[in-house]
Design a protein around this ligand. Sequence first.
Ligand code: CO
Length: 240
Amino acid sequence: MREPSAIVAQVLKLVGASIRPGVTTGQLDRIAEDFIRSCGGVPVFKGYGYELDNLFPATLCVSVDNEVVHGIPGMRILKDGEIVSIDVGVKKNGFVGDGAYTFAVGRVSADKERLMRITQESLAKAIEQAVEGNKVGDIGYAVQTHVEEAGYSVVRELCGHGVGRDLHEAPNVPNYGRRNSGMKLTEGMTIAIEPMVNLGTHKVRTAQDGWTVLTYDGAPSAHFEHTVVVRKEKAEILTK
Ligand code: CO
């Protein structure tokens, strides 16, 4: 899992360096897929899904502003002032790494800057809880508390997840919860923690394309994700 996760981190860095006003989301997807394949990896989101007539068609999920997650890259041209979540999963050696990062396109408002910062901080606080003896609820509690104290809301319909041979494994890792609740964390467990934080209502809806998750009120949303290994003292971040 170290190898696919390191590729994930490199993809996010590479794609991030290409983000500027005027670039299309489809161009970013192409850059990501070419790089992953050059590393001997496979993009795991491509062809993923349960409805066989609507499998996810791309390497990246690219979600702009009011798009929370699972945006499909294509002809959309990024504009100054937007924020864009880039999510990528890579399989290599039979194992998966999964990570996401939200980038600013050009100069963005102070509101969006703060939304991104609080979301990234909530992921860091969640990772601090990913140690042996804690429970999954401690992770959700850490995210929810930080986000709600800042005046924002956490998405409930989508969760982090166990990750390993498959992209999605047990347990679910919600971004809300109560302390000392849920599955016990033990050393060596590998989980993807991914807070999705909305500036307005926590409610979301799915777009006509069957994939893109949108905020219900149209306000912006941010998303950060790391694949981590639960350890005794301090979780190890594989997608750093
Ligand atoms: Co994930």
